[in-house]
Design a protein around this ligand. Sequence first.
Ligand code: COA
Ligand code: AMP
Length: 238
Amino acid sequence: MFSIRMRASLEGRHVSGAERIAEGRNLGETVYELLKRPGEYDEIVLKVEMVEDVNIINSLNIREYNFRNMEESRMFVTYLLEKEGIRSSLVRKLMAEIEGGANPHGGNMRGAMIVDVETGERLEKDKSRGIRTVRVDWDRRADVKNEFLGKGLTERTVDALAIASKNIYCGVLAEICWSDDPEYVTGYVATKSLGYVRITPLKRIGDPFGGRIYFVRKEDVERVIECLERKACLVKYF
Ligand code: COA
Ligand code: AMP
């Protein structure tokens, strides 16, 4: 099988990214689909790489909660993670970092923070880049997408659930995410026992900041990063 990854930029700024894992006979249509995805851009980079081993992993289950405002939603995040053994002071501090732009050079990171669950130490070598979860796709993507659209969910959730499912499979103990899209205020918390918990709103409309926090055991960090970046995974929903 092949990992097919697309990223698009406009005036040097990343504007769109997407990926698939597909069989060789479906390569043409997959590349075409990804090429059609970005809106405005002046450069597209497409990578096609053969992958030897593809792991079939389970999807997390989805739950959904809506709150009146961002403050209530974030309190709920700290409550959920406190029950998982992660200190709420630590969760609040990291969420505040994302709120102000977790990239030390200003703005959003290009990937996720990876954090020692005990001490809160940020373990990513490059704090502007962070860690990206790649080489992940759905088994039967078209069916999963139809199912989600039928429930009023969007392809964004399809993609985010695949990433979160791979993260937990790789040994991330908990993830917090909200988008940097100013118009999209739903985020999520994911853990093995809670599943994928969609929470609205995790930020205010118009806010351009977003990011991801991956909590790990420090002693596992190298193995977890290797898995997130290298291991090809197809997520099974049905
Ligand atoms: N955000 C910002 N910049 C990105 C980026 C991202 N998500 N992905 C790639 N880039 C830019 C960076 O400048 C990067 O350089 P860096 O490694 O120093 O940060 C450069 O492109 C090359 O990145 P690379 O890791 O080689 O990209 P890739 O070819 O492996 O492709 C993507 C990675 C684009 C497929 C992946 O980042 C992505 O976007 N996946 C889809 C995620 C998704 O589905 N999101 C929606 C739901 S949450
Ligand atoms: P998005 O939901 O696409 O708006 O992404 C929200 C944030 O998650 C971005 O600002 C990045 O910091 C981070 N991010 C984007 N892509 C990835 C990825 N593939 N893996 C981990 N983090 C990512």
